[in-house]
Design a protein around this ligand. Structure first.
Ligand SMILES: [Zn+2]
Length: 125
């Protein structure tokens, strides 16, 4: 998230956002730990844990998308849960241009714009 988009958000909301981010990060590291240790479990337990991890993963993504939308970030529906589009530059008219970090689509298709963000990292898959 660039500074340009953050400037429009009131400080109390920003603080709440920060708390959410910490909560998400904590949840994520918990999930990562579970993923690392699940192989030590017996097969039925492992299946159960894997199911729960998948559910939690999705819940976190949905919550993040909802949070992003409430803050005014556009969402791209190329997958579910939707991807949070981030500010990457501006058009000649000064309109903000948002880009989907997953598929690279912008909300000003076909128009050239001044890019202020670094180029999108393409997955090497
Ligand atoms: Zn997309």
């Amino acid at each position: 998230m660039g500074d340009r988009s953050m400037q429009e958000i009131p400080p109390d909301i920003l603080q709440a956002l920060q708390s959410w981010k910490i909560a998400f990060d904590t949840l994520r590291s918990g999930l990562a730990l579970l993923k690392d240790t699940k192989d030590l479990l017996s097969a039925p337990q492992r299946d159960e844990v894997e199911t729960r991890i998948a559910e939690l993963d999705l819940e976190v993504k949905v919550a993040e998308a909802a949070l992003a939308k409430s803050l005014g970030y556009p969402l791209h529906r190329c997958q579910f849960p939707p991807t949070i589009m981030i500010n990457v530059g501006y058009t000649r008219n000064g309109d903000a241009v948002h880009e989907c970090p997953v598929c690279g689509v912008t909300d000003h298709p076909g128009f050239s714009f001044t890019r202020t963000a670094p180029s999108r990292d393409r997955p090497t898959a």
